[in-house]
Design a protein around this ligand. Structure first.
Ligand SMILES: NC(=O)c1ccc[n+]([C@@H]2O[C@H](COP(=O)([O-])OP(=O)(O)OC[C@H]3O[C@@H](n4cnc5c(N)ncnc54)[C@H](OP(=O)(O)O)[C@@H]3O)[C@@H](O)[C@H]2O)c1
Length: 387
């Protein structure tokens, strides 16, 4: 069987490392062409030694020389310019591009992969949220395909094999509810960074862990699902499921609900995307239902989780509203991670940006990039004034 040539952007992060664990289990099936990181040159060098890619990219120019010196005796090509990162997403030898960068910094690479007719295995939900309106037309024109890595979207993708698009009644997007599901609203003001970084069921990068605590992550996933599955936001319902065993469901018009179940382990959806259209033998997330016991469900509390409410509204507005939501959230989460603002001020920052930045309903890429820039500028001012 011919090996798949893979490009993995964001290889030093949580999804990136899990992807390389899957790849390492199947040396006969994958060949790593390129890896990238923002600044973690140490880990990128280690990954180079193990997987021997032809190309490395490191965004932080201060770490570029360090990495070059460290690998001076090897024949790898190392880049730091942003255009080179984007070029890696279009390498002609690549069979599949995995985008595991965090934040809208992944947008241009996702667009480039799609424009070059690639299979794009996408963890970077922010690129679909920010550039959402651009993707459907490009995918059609360039005959590319997006394979979701997000566990909820992977579950929906798998459940969609059970019926026709016209037979879908609703997508049921599950949410663990995060660490503050049972905390009274009055106590949200006092939430600390340490508490917010302690997710009950998933072990992930810092940004998505905070997004999961505010439920902004679920809002981003709704926006992602609208684009990926070409489905209106009214047909997407969030169901809180604290055990994180059912990763999402599709309800069909005959009232049948088809679900995908496993223990929380991102290596399962990663593997599904990497091997698609096949399934391979593995035990990631294997589950004993009797041992698991009860599965419970409840509605999300939109009063407590203001970011989810704002996200639902922004998804309904469409155009650049999701891009505003995303950029404001990225700046606010960064400020919260630096302990510059409080937990509740994350949603307040998103709210102010959504109120103040004008939405473009059918945006070009330039409109999107400008909106992203203006929102970040406003959000930086807002969080700066809160300090
Ligand atoms: N973690 C999960 O379980 C999970 C589940 C579902 C979806 N996702 C999605 O997957 C994406 C990655 O999440 P993660 O948890 O793996 O994040 P993470 O652990 O923070 O890793 C992010 C990766 O992107 C690189 N990076 C950061 N900023 C960058 C920039 N401006 N330009 C280029 N590269 C940059 C990082 O490099 P350095 O290491 O050098 O900083 C790292 O390799 C996110 O969109 C997230 O929402 C994650």
């Amino acid at each position: 069987m011919k090996k798949k040539n893979i490009v993995l952007l964001g290889s030093t992060g949580s999804i990136g490392k899990s992807t390389l664990e899957v790849v390492a289990m199947h040396p006969d099936r994958f060949n790593v062409l390129a890896l990238s990181a923002y600044s973690n040159s140490q880990l990128l060098a280690e990954q180079y030694r193990k997987f021997q890619p032809d190309f490395l990219h490191i965004s932080d120019s201060n770490k570029f020389e360090e990495l070059k010196n460290e690998l001076s005796s090897s024949k790898v090509e190392i880049f730091t310019e942003e255009e080179e990162l984007i070029r890696l997403a279009a390498l002609s030898e690549a069979d599949i591009i995995i985008n595991a960068i965090v934040g809208s910094a992944g947008l241009l690479a996702s667009l480039e992969a799609v424009k070059n007719g690639k299979l794009l295995a996408l963890a970077n939900k922010e690129s679909l949220v920010t550039g959402g309106p651009l993707f459907p037309e490009l995918i059609k024109r360039h005959k590319s395909k997006i394979l979701p890595i997000d566990s909820e979207h992977s579950a929906i993708w798998q459940a969609l094999a059970s019926g026709k698009k016209t037979e879908i009644r609703r997508l049921l997007l599950t949410a663990s509810g995060g660490p503050f599901r049972e905390l009274p609203k009055e106590e949200f003001e006092k939430i600390t960074l340490k508490q917010a970084l302690n997710h009950p069921t998933w072990n992930m990068g810092n940004k998505i862990t905070i997004d999961s605590a505010t439920l902004a992550n679920k809002a981003l996933e709704i926006m992602e699902a609208v684009i990926l599955f070409d489905i209106p936001v009214e047909k997407i319902k969030v169901v809180v499921h604290p055990e994180s065993i059912i990763h999402s469901m599709v309800e069909y018009v005959d009232s049948s609900v088809i679900a995908q179940l496993s223990k929380p382990d991102m290596k399962l959806p990663i593997s599904y995307a990497l091997f698609w259209p096949d399934r391979v033998e593995s035990s990631y997330g294997a589950i004993d239902l009797a041992e698991t016991g009860k599965l419970t469900f409840e509605n999300p509390d939109l009063q407590k989780f203001k970011a989810l409410k704002l996200g639902l509204e922004a998804a309904g507005v469409g155009g650049t509203a999701p891009a505003i939501f995303n950029a404001a959230n990225e700046i606010a989460v960064d400020a919260f991670l630096n302990e510059a603002i409080s937990f509740t001020e994350i949603a307040d920052t998103i709210d102010s940006c959504l109120q103040k930045i004008v939405v473009v309903s059918r945006p070009s890429l330039d409109n999107i990039l400008e909106t992203d820039y203006k929102t970040r500028e406003l959000a930086e001012n807002l969080v700066g004034n809160l300090v």
